[in-house]
Structures are given as C-alpha cells and as structure tokens.
Ligand binder design. Structure first.
Ligand SMILES: [Zn+2]
Length: 186
C-alpha cells in the first residue's frame, strides 16, 4: 500500500516536473539570449506589452526573460523573485503527494497554487518597493462589478493591476488574502 503510494507519487511528480520544464524550455527557446548577470541568464522576447518572467529551473538554471522593453521597475520586481525560495519545486512535490493520495485534491491544489502566486508576486512587489522605491504603475481602474474583480484575481498571474497600485498593497502588515477579501466584498 505504502509502496504503491510512493510509486504513484514519483510518477505524478515526474509528469508535473516534465510539464513545468517543458514550459520553461519553450519560453527560453522563443527568447533571445542577452547576457549573464552572475549566475542568472537574461533573455528577451519581443512584445508591445512589457512584462517579465523569472525561471528557476533545475535543468536550465536561473533566468529572467524580459517580455517587451527592459525597465528598471520590471527588473526590480524580478530581482525580488530571485531572492525567493524555489516555491514551484516544493509545490510540485506537495502536489504529486496529494494527487497520489487522492485525485480529488486537485481543486484544493489549484486554490493553493493561486494563493501561493498572489503571495510571491506581492512579495516581489514589496521587495522592489523596499529596495528601489518602485511601485507598480497602471492606468487600469477597479471594475465596478464583483464578478469582474473576481475574474481579475483568478485569471491574472499577479494580483490585479488596480490592486498593485494602491497604498495598502505596499503595507507589508496587510496580508494578501485580506486584500483579496476586502477588494471582493467592499
Ligand atoms: Zn512576478
């Protein structure tokens, strides 16, 4: 029984890890290599809409991919990600164990995944603010509709743009879940 669980966990992990590294590989393949800063490789993908992705891969190492133009504000945020633990890797291990235990834990894992991203994206924003006094700027206004706000939280990889620019967001004493609930119900 325990043996079956362990084998299933390893197979699940191998599958999740493969998907994750395949995504990294495809992103890096699309991007143009620019330079190396310490152990971090810097890449760029052409785009009109500036953004960036930090990859911490066991196979490809640490990389930052700038999507669109390179700005010091975007770099400050990505540097924040470089200082964080490799949370994706730990999440994949936890997810593999949970799925091997019971596949019905998938919805719960998706919720944990989402909250984990909100937390670490905001942590990178707080890092940029603390070290470089950079606050996220956006001209996106807060939607009046509750459904639209919920969609912004769910479908964006970061907390919504209109939340990332408010004062309370940069007060590290305010928990991200509190910001989420407050935004949704107020
Ligand atoms: Zn980020």
């Amino acid at each position: 029984m325990v043996e079956r669980f362990l084998i299933q966990s390893i197979l699940d992990f191998a599958f999740l890890f493969f998907i994750y590294e395949l995504r990294n590989y495809r992103l890096l393949k699309r991007a143009k290599y620019l330079c190396k800063i310490g152990t971090v490789k810097v890449y760029q993908i052409e785009s009109e809409d500036p953004n960036a992705i930090t990859i911490k891969s066991l196979i490809f190492g640490k990389s930052i991919i700038f999507v669109g133009r390179i700005t010091k504000e975007i770099y400050a945020h990505e540097e924040g990600h470089l200082h964080q633990p490799n949370f994706m890797f730990y999440f994949l291990i936890a997810a593999a164990l949970m799925i091997a235990y019971n596949v019905l834990t998938v919805p719960l894992l998706l919720i944990v995944y989402k909250i984990m991203f909100w937390h670490y994206e905001r942590d990178a924003d707080l890092y940029a603010y603390r070290l470089y006094n950079v606050k996220y700027e956006s001209d996106v206004f807060r939607p009046k509709s509750q459904i639209e706000r919920l969609k912004a939280w769910i479908f964006d990889t970061h907390p919504p743009d209109y939340v990332r620019k408010i004062e309370e967001y940069y007060d590290k004493k305010t928990n991200i879940l509190k910001l989420f609930i407050h935004d949704l119900i107020s």
